[in-house]
Design a protein around this ligand. Structure first.
Ligand SMILES: [Zn+2]
Length: 288
């Protein structure tokens, strides 16, 4: 699926302000669920970790919300915070990559599509990388790849468990080969991390696609998918055109991936921290 299609789809995932098409509701107080159409009190949606109380649709979380949700007191020490992409190919398609970067920075207050940090989960130190889909579709360019690799290397050096929360349309095509190389680089770093015998828990959130699925996101010792997440490599339309066959129902959903052994667990967002904590206890041993 071309990366531009992810932006067309963005509305569906991120629209939590009222659709206001049929029922008129005051701005910012009520939201209309993009999935079931139910009107939700905005504050209730936030309290419910951006999960629709009616249909359980998991809206995307910002990297800040995600770190708050998972880390003790939401506290973390960030690495490589100022590392920012350049435009090595002077790439221009519908708009220039340079402009895309500038707009994403302004919109998200981030400098890249991933934050890497050290933090604690229920008192246990871990290294974590969290992607943010709002930043050019969470795509992996050279800086995302470098930051993820450095986080994996930090976990290897400090002998700490590794957690990566993916949310990505795939490789960042605006960086061409520089972007594709990150698949090998991140995977090799994880290969070295595995020699420590410490756990790498990979969490796939909606959506995890392309070069991210095809590299570090699929290399977890345990692969967790958030409820309802779309997971795959190429998008369904591209696949149907390529193989000239209709795809099975539910194709590329977390549930489908669980049935076919691509993920180990599907976890509701409310249970995510507790599940990760339990897995760490299991793999590393109870905290002293
Ligand atoms: Zn809903």
């Amino acid at each position: 699926m071309p990366i531009s299609e992810w932006f067309q789809k963005k509305e569906k995932y991120t629209q939590i302000t009222p659709g206001a098409k049929k029922r008129s509701v005051p701005d910012g107080i009520w939201s209309k669920c993009a999935e079931c159409g139910e009107i939700i009190y905005q504050r209730e949606l936030l309290k419910n970790l951006r999960v629709c109380p009616t249909c359980d649709f998991h809206y995307k979380l910002t990297v800040g919300d995600r770190l708050n949700l998972l880390l003790d007191d939401g506290k973390f020490k960030e690495f490589n915070a100022s590392l920012s992409s350049t435009d090595p190919l002077n790439f221009v398609s519908e708009k220039s990559y340079f402009d895309s970067l500038a707009q994403s920075k302004e919109k998200t207050n981030l400098v890249e599509a991933v934050i890497t940090a050290k933090g604690k989960i229920n008192g246990r130190s871990i290294i974590i990388a969290v992607m943010d889909f709002r930043f050019i579709g969470g795509s992996m360019g050279s800086v995302v790849g470098e930051k993820v690799t450095c986080a994996v290397e930090k976990a290897t050096e400090d002998k700490l468990p590794l957690i990566i929360i993916s949310s990505s349309g795939g490789a960042r095509m605006q960086e061409g080969m520089f972007s594709l190389m990150q698949m090998a680089k991140t995977s090799a770093a994880i290969g070295r991390f595995k020699k420590t015998n410490l756990p790498y828990i990979s969490v796939l959130t909606n959506p995890t696609m392309g070069g991210v699925t095809a590299s570090f996101a699929s290399l977890g010792d345990v692969i967790i998918a958030e409820l309802g997440a779309l997971i795959g490599f190429a998008g369904p339309r591209v696949l149907e055109k390529t193989i000239k066959q209709k795809l099975p129902k539910g194709f590329q959903t977390a549930e489908f991936m669980l049935d076919y052994g691509q993920v180990d667990l599907i976890v509701h967002r409310k249970e995510l921290k507790a599940t990760i904590s339990k897995l760490l206890d299991f793999f590393v041993g109870e905290k002293q």
